[in-house]
Design a protein around this ligand. Structure first.
Ligand code: ZN
Length: 270
């Protein structure tokens, strides 16, 4: 599933092509036919990302298009001459210059502004939304949770936008064992985790890929020079040596999703 950096990057890219433009729209697959008919010919004010959700704002009418890619959703931006859309495209939306093609989303629905606000209200702070300091909020949300911090970080109502890769990497970087009870993580540690999530997701949003490893540690001049095997500290590295201490990376499942950690860098007793 795409993590928050991918969604924010999609919003940035789509704004570049479609913000302030009148878009034609239709649903080749038919499942969004009514919504597409309603939005077609309207001016798209802007695209907003929040966590893993996208909101297309049509301020003149108040209409909001809500998209969540889920596991299989995929956008394409095509240039003219536009090829035939795939028959399972939920919608295509276009100007003379570009076409947005969406297939396979979990959610693609018309909302009122109130409906959008209700979704946003359920989300925790998003590290890629400017001007937010989420540490206090997250700390409060975790105050009564004895369940593992590794579970809490994937709960979108705690922090919005993290997926399995960032979860493992951020816990490594702050030295927290994934099974540490969430309510035992002190505010200073949550602050550190928040600040790192802002830094790391911004890097991911810019480059389009998740690279958490400090290139200097691999003897490389920049992140871009890291090979795909060098980009992460522990995600999918079970049995391999920790890049910093040489201990063996281990893994376990939390809610049937795997998590990886270094036993030396992330001891269970904080
Ligand atoms: Zn280590």
């Amino acid at each position: 599933m795409p993590e928050g950096h991918t969604i924010h990057r999609a919003a940035r890219n789509q704004n570049k092509w479609f913000k302030g433009k009148v878009l034609e729209m239709r649903s080749p697959q038919g499942r969004f036919a009514d919504g597409a008919a309603r939005l077609s010919g309207q001016k798209l004010t802007k695209v907003e990302a929040n966590g893993k959700h996208l909101f297309y704002r049509y301020m003149d009418s108040g209409d909001v298009l809500h998209v969540h890619l889920g596991l299989f959703g995929k956008f394409k931006i095509r240039k003219p001459p536009f090829p035939e859309p795939s028959p399972n495209a939920r919608f295509i939306a276009w100007t003379d210059e570009a076409q947005l093609h969406l297939a396979g989303p979990t959610a693609c629905e018309l909302l009122t502004p109130e409906g959008m606000d209700a979704i946003k209200a359920r989300l925790g702070p998003d590290p890629l939304v400017a001007g937010v300091n989420g540490a206090e909020q997250i700390h409060q949300k975790l105050a009564r949770r004895k369940s593992p911090i590794g579970r809490a970080l994937l709960d979108q109502s705690v922090i919005a936008g993290l997926g399995n890769v960032y979860r493992a990497e951020l816990l490594f970087l702050v030295g927290l064992h994934p099974f540490t009870p969430a309510n035992e993580v002190p505010l200073e540690k949550i602050s550190e985790l928040w600040d790192l999530s802002v830094t790391e997701l911004k890097i991911g949003e810019k480059s389009g890929r998740i690279v958490t490893v400090d290139p200097a540690e691999m003897g490389k001049p920049s992140r871009a020079k890291l090979t795909r095997y060098e980009r992460l500290y522990c995600y999918k590295r079970a049995g391999k040596p920790c890049r910093r201490c040489g201990d063996t990376i281990v893994s376990a499942e939390v809610d049937s999703r795997k998590i990886w950690w270094c036993p030396t860098h992330q001891p269970l007793t904080a």
